[in-house]
Design a protein around this ligand. Structure first.
Ligand SMILES: [Zn+2]
Length: 251
């Protein structure tokens, strides 16, 4: 299903004949309830992600994503691309998120670089990348090429990323907004961001990231930013769905 799904997705995008939403989630129906928030804990299973002194990116990303889900689900429905230690391919994550009709897609990762002093969260949205340091080689297997996301979603992704950075800084976290062409940021159906919640390569930050109290504080800030964005976006989609079709232009 994986490759076929990706090919189908790409074919639909290229042909422009897709019924997929490009500007907002589809109106909910009984068999297609709206799923405002999709959380995507990176890696899983045999794909460990970053590992520093026994601390594994896949584990901390999952723990934080589960905490985020528990915090957000009291306000709105949430789905996870994985909720246990299993490997899910990048294109399955993408295809599922399109199928689930999300209002927002948030991928959770942890950073690892050679410079042990770098610290803080980085929130990525789609765009040309400016790298100040060498990135370790991605461990993901090769994925099919994906076109850039629709510009309306890219704008919303920028808005969400900067809102998250503002919220994090407001709560005392170090955070920056950056651009990248990561696969999940090319989500064709919903705004998407990738949050590197901190650097495992920084020993002090690695200890914080493994601390449940620090995770809770981080989750609280991220949840507020996501909830605000998702509820506003869902409200905008409902307004658009309820609005009469624009009148034909007079000749
Ligand atoms: Zn990662």
């Amino acid at each position: 299903m994986t490759t076929l799904a990706a090919i189908t997705l790409l074919a639909a995008l290229v042909s422009g004949a897709s019924a997929m939403p490009t500007a907002a989630p589809l109106p909910p129906t009984p068999d297609r309830p709206v799923t405002p928030v999709i959380l995507d804990p990176g890696h899983g299973g045999d794909d460990l992600g970053a590992i520093v002194k026994g601390a594994q990116e896949k584990d901390i990303a999952l723990t934080v994503a589960l905490k985020l889900r528990d915090r957000i689900k009291t306000a709105m429905p949430v789905r996870l691309t994985r909720d246990s230690d299993v490997y899910v391919t990048l294109d399955d994550r993408m295809v599922n998120s399109v199928d689930w009709n999300g209002a927002v897609f948030v991928s959770i990762h942890l950073n690892q670089v050679r410079n042990k002093k770098l610290a803080g969260a980085t929130v990525y949205s789609y765009g040309p990348e400016k790298r100040r340091f060498k990135r370790r080689k991605p461990r993901h297997p090769k994925v099919p090429p994906m076109p850039a996301p629709p510009s309306v979603d890219a704008r919303e992704s920028d808005f969400l990323a900067s809102s998250m950075v503002k919220a994090l800084r407001g709560d005392g976290f170090r955070a920056e907004h950056a651009k990248s062409d990561y696969y999940v940021l090319k989500n064709p159906a919903q705004p998407s961001v990738l949050v590197e919640i901190g650097y495992l390569s920084n020993p002090a930050e690695a200890a914080r990231l493994a601390d449940p109290a620090y995770q809770d504080k981080l989750v609280s800030t991220l949840a507020s930013a996501i909830e605000t964005f998702a509820s506003e976006r869902t409200a905008r989609a409902e307004t658009m769905a309820a609005a009469p079709a624009p009148a034909a232009p007079r000749l």
